[in-house]
Every structure is written in C-alpha cells, then in structure tokens.
Design a protein around this ligand. Structure first.
Ligand code: C5P
Length: 221
C-alpha cells in the first residue's frame, strides 16, 4: 500500500526564545526538520513526504534547502491556525484512494527506524497505530488544591508518527474542530475508532526546551 508522511512544521515554536521556530534550529550541522525528513527517507525512500509550513516561512525553507544542498524530494502544504488545520490541509491534498499516512511532529528527529516500521505496519494491518512508551517515574494527579498518586501502569506517553489508513483520516478531518484534539489519534478516536498502540522509542522526544536540544545534539551527532 502507498505510504505518505505528513511532517507538521507550521507551529511558531518560539518558547525556547530562539529567533526562528525550533524546527529550523541547527543541530549537528543542519536544521532539525532536515534530520527528521532524513529519518523518513532512510526508512522508506519511496514514501511520499509532505511538509506543512507556515506561509511566512516558505521562502526561508527554500533558502535553507539551497544553503544545505538538501535534495530529499517533498512537497509543501500551507499550515493552519491550529495543528488540526495544518494536518487537515495536508490530508486533503492527498489525491489517493487507499494509502497509509503517518503524521509526525517536525521536532521529533530521533524517531527510530524500528518505531517507523512498527507504526506503518500496524496501521496497514489494523487501520490505526500510535507509538507510546511506558512511564518510569511516579506520577500524581493535581486537582484544585489536592493531589494524589495514581497507578502509572495505566498511563502511556504518546509520540508520533501517528499512522492511519487514508480513508479514516479523510472522515476524521471532516469533523468540526474541537480544542480537545491535541493529536491526530484524538481526532480519529472521535469517530468511534479503536486506536492501536505500538511501542515507540524513548529518544523520540518532541524538542521543546534547551535541555531537549542538548539531548538531540548528543543523539544526532
Ligand atoms: O505546538 P506543538 O509543539 O504541540 O506542535 C506540534 C507540532 O505541530 C510541531 O511540529 C508544530 O510545528 C506543528 N504545528 C503545525 N501547525 C500549527 C501548530 C503546530 O504544523 N498551527
């Protein structure tokens, strides 16, 4: 079955106080987004890559591609005001009947080839696949002024790529936007579909803080 990857990179991501969104920051000699795309290319070099960018950064990205002589084939789709709309634009741009589509955060360059394999294979077989990892720390729930420990074995940390059959995604993204849609699994789940979990990899963090950036330097260099 044909495979697509939608790399969402249209967020402003300025929490680290950097002059450009974090997906464009340089780690080990090239922008994070290029590392992420390289992982997908290494996994499957005929998979079709769609990169979602904010309009304001299209020219900047073209300049980066020239500067770094970056030649991995991809096409660009414009982002929306929320992640939901960015993904929807990309899903609606796929003119295929049947395919498996993985949706991945641009700022997760450390996804492993094994995680990619598990996600795409499971989605092809069962329709949905989301990578998760178990929680090793103790966790507490905080409600108003109270807090109490909870059973950590009942919880999972959710990563990307979240992979789905295209037919499911097309239906899912016809729904009205809900602020509770924090990832793509929550959008597909709202249709009443079961979400199949596969094992992620612990290094597959979403680069958000300066500490994450240091981890990426260690892992990618
Ligand atoms: O903001 P957050 O870290 O949750 O963003 C996750 C991913 O979604 C990032 O890769 C970001 O670039 C992308 N995003 C997007 N369009 C938006 C908001 C976020 O593509 N409107």
């Amino acid at each position: 079955m044909k495979r697509y990857a939608i790399i969402v990179a249209a967020g402003s991501g300025l929490r680290m106080g950097s002059p450009v969104p974090k997906q464009f920051l340089t780690v080990c000699g090239k922008p994070i987004l290029m590392h992420t795309m390289q992982r997908f290319y290494d996994f499957d070099n005929v998979l079709e890559l769609i990169v979602v960018l904010h309009e304001d950064y299209r020219n900047y990205w073209n300049e980066l591609c020239e500067q770094y002589n970056f030649v991995i084939p991809h096409r660009i789709v414009s982002g929306g005001r929320e992640r939901f709309f960015s993904v929807r634009n990309a899903v609606q741009s796929i003119g295929e009947v049947d395919a498996v589509v993985g949706i991945h955060d641009a700022v997760r360059p450390m996804v492993s080839i094994d995680t990619l394999t598990r996600c795409f294979d499971e989605a092809e077989a069962k329709g949905t696949a989301v990578p998760t990892i178990v929680i090793n720390d103790s966790i507490r729930i905080v409600e108003a002024a109270e807090n109490r420990s909870v059973d950590r074995s009942k919880y999972r940390i959710v990563q990307t790529p979240q992979c789905f059959r295209l037919s499911l995604l097309n239906r899912a993204f016809e729904q009205e936007y809900d602020p509770l849609f924090t990832d793509d699994a929550s959008v597909v789940e709202a249709l009443g579909e079961a979400i199949h979990l596969v094992e992620g990899n612990r290094e597959n963090v979403k680069i958000t803080t300066a500490a994450d950036l240091k981890l990426a330097e260690l892992s990618l260099c």
